[in-house]
Unconditional design. Structure first.
Length: 169
């Protein structure tokens, strides 16, 4: 992450399955109670403590309350269209979270997450999971090994002297 082109970060949109929780095997109702990714609760809490609104992409709306039991409260759930996040998902999330799309960072585990972020004018951090395709790396601004690392990167950059602004490209 560089700071050559400043981007104000005022909100975060997280991918649901793959980013916050493990991909459940054949569980149509969503993740089970022991399916949080390591450090997911700590990462969400760190964002909230920093005063950033945090939303999530709703892959399985029936499991939203179960995910929040795992990772803590979120400021909103935003539906996917056609099985993947798209530009309208990101723009809708930004509006609901009270930020401009350019002030939003999308943290996800796939190329569609990164392409949706860019189409809306947001930045994208890729956190690869077991379902991430190799070509997703090309679509990301930054690739890190975990949600904890992604959140630490955002918070570190904000604290480095560019108040609430970080270039994610």
């Amino acid at each position: 992450m560089t700071l050559h082109e400043h981007r104000s970060v005022r909100g975060v949109l997280l991918g649901h399955v793959g980013s916050m929780v493990l991909d459940p095997e054949a569980d149509a109702d969503g993740p089970t109670a022991d399916a949080a990714r390591p450090g997911a609760r700590r990462a969400v809490n760190a964002l909230r403590t920093a005063g950033l609104p945090v939303g999530a992409v709703a892959e399985r709306p029936s499991s939203d309350h179960r995910v929040e039991a795992l990772v803590g409260p979120l400021d909103g759930w935003f539906p996917m269209h056609g099985g993947a996040a798209d530009e309208s998902t990101v723009r809708g999330a930004a509006a609901a979270l009270g930020v401009a799309p350019a002030e939003l960072v999308v943290i996800g585990d796939g190329g569609p997450d990164m392409r949706a972020a860019h189409a809306a004018g947001a930045a994208g951090i890729l956190v690869p999971s077991e379902r991430t395709r190799d070509d997703a790396v090309d679509d990301a601004d930054v690739v890190v090994p975990s949600l904890v690392d992604a959140v630490a990167l955002v918070l570190h950059a904000i604290r480095r002297g560019v108040p609430r602004a970080v270039d994610m490209r």
